[in-house]
Design a protein around this ligand. Sequence first.
Ligand SMILES: [Zn+2]
Length: 282
Amino acid sequence: MNSWQIGDVRVTSVVEFDAPIPGEFVMPQADAAAVQHHPWLVPHFATEEGFIHLRIQLLVVESQGRRIAIDTCLGNDKPRTNEFFHELQTPFLADLEAAGFPRESIDTVVCTHLHVDHVGWNTMLVDGEWVPTFPNARYLIGRVESEHWDAYGIHEDGDVYGDSVRPIIEAGLADLVEFGHRITDEIVMEPTPGHSPGHQSVHITSGGAEALITGDVMHHPVQMSEPDWQSLFDSDVDHARATRRELLARYAGTDVLVIGTHFAGPGAGHVVAGGEAWRLQV
Ligand SMILES: [Zn+2]
């Protein structure tokens, strides 16, 4: 289990899924030969054979007495078009509790964006109804992001908004927040739109230390070496590329710890110059 200390803030990873997969499942340019072109990815982030390691995780951020859950993975029982995501039955909530975080103890839930693998455990199935998994939490959901997906209709992945976001709003637990929303003195949301219209990362500053939780600005560290490689799930490919390049340029060569929402292995590192672009130093 990965965890990091950033000043007084503790970040703990609870993993729902972690496996090597063909890169093309996420990034069309990332075939095995193209991934093998970046040997620095082996062994933490890719296999010798050119598969990519991909993780789906919830990050618990402890700040000033708060317990903030960042992104809620895929969830159980959800009807999904992707067979790997469909009606899962994982022990994730038991794993969360075993990590020290019973679901009732979470006081804030943050969704970087509203894709299928970031909102799943917002709700759980009880007596045929989708109910909030974290009954004592305020759920912070970007207003721009929420309005976009509410208007979008049923997503290709399944009724993600209908089973994982709307029930939270109807239960009165959602706060629709603006870009740059401050969560505590130490934690602020950092706008990084492109992957989705209202996408935000999470910036931590405490005791002179800094970290960034990326969300899906990048799905994989290979995009530091290949910042133009798109994700299959980017709403606006060109905007996502520009945001990714801006973010990498901003943090390269700094002490800011970059925690990748889908990064496997050590899960975090520092952005350094490498080749014609960047790489992640762990
Ligand atoms: Zn994702």
